[in-house]
Ligand binder design. Structure first.
Ligand code: ZN
Length: 268
């Protein structure tokens, strides 16, 4: 049976001298494995449309768990994102996260659209990379099922607040009073069971942010897909927003990404 699907190549692995195994993110079928026979040959009709970050239309034939290419044509190669090392590094990290959180036989329309929007923005070069990265991380981790509660202080319900304490592990915001009360409780509990490390670990999942950064979190999560990067932040606020989004993603996906480590060696 043949199926037609538009998909983004989020990993390519060489197989032998001429073939490649691709991981492709599609809207309707989720993440799929595609064997691209002969695609490494320059003369192959699949050569152009099966590279990393290529968004292509595939005609596929399925046998067992793997799809084989019957035909494919390039829609967008995002070739300009390779023009800077920083952009290329960020795109690799984004593809890595998309691969990690996407699943097979699932509708991944939202994740595919977000990923394409990010690659498009990197290729265009008009938005700061830390902004693209942070918005991607926040929305991606929400698509993976970890939406933070955004209704002001999670304990007393006060909103808006002069300063917000974000409990990253719990995905909730606290006011200053409730944060101190909770920290005191943790301290007392930890004192009883003599576990100083747990105080330390608890403290490390809290980040304090300004109302401007809180507004950025709300905007990044609630804006329509075509406007997700249409906001700006001062340098300090951008730094806090970036740190929050990265910590939130790493905490909830419970893993590290080598591509993120590499990105940080060139973008601090
Ligand atoms: Zn409160």
């Amino acid at each position: 049976m043949l199926i037609t699907a538009k998909g983004l190549v989020i990993r390519e692995t060489p197989v032998g001298e001429f073939d490649k195994m691709l991981t492709v993110l599609t809207a309707e079928h989720g993440k799929i494995s595609v064997f691209a026979r002969g695609a490494k040959r320059m003369k192959s009709p699949y050569f152009v449309s099966t590279h990393m970050f290529c968004y292509s239309e595939f005609v596929l034939r399925k046998t067992t768990d793997i799809f084989y290419i019957n035909d494919c044509s390039l829609i967008d190669g995002f070739f300009d994102l390779r023009s800077t090392l920083e952009g290329s590094a960020l795109a690799s990290y984004i593809a890595d996260v998309a691969r990690d959180i996407s699943t097979e036989n699932t509708d991944e329309t939202k994740l595919l659209r977000l990923t394409l929007n990010c690659l498009f923005a990197i290729a265009k070069g008009k938005k700061p990379l830390p902004l693209i990265k942070a918005v991607f991380e926040l929305r991606a981790v929400c698509y993976a099922g970890f939406l933070p509660r955004l209704s002001g202080c999670d304990v007393c319900g006060r909103a808006p607040l002069p300063t917000y304490f974000f409990d990253i592990a719990a995905g909730v915001f606290l006011c200053e009073e409730c944060y101190h009360a909770r920290a005191k409780l943790l301290e007392e509990e930890a004192g009883k069971i003599n576990e100083a490390e747990s105080i330390y670990a608890a403290a490390h999942t809290i980040v304090q942010i300004s109302p401007g950064v809180f507004a950025a979190v709300i905007y990044a999560l609630s804006s329509p897909p075509e406007k997700i990067f249409s906001f700006t932040l001062a340098d300090d606020a951008m730094h806090d927003f970036s740190a929050l989004c990265e910590k939130y993603l790493l905490c909830h996906l419970e893993r590290d990404f080598k591509t993120l480590e590499f990105y940080h060696t060139i973008v601090t």
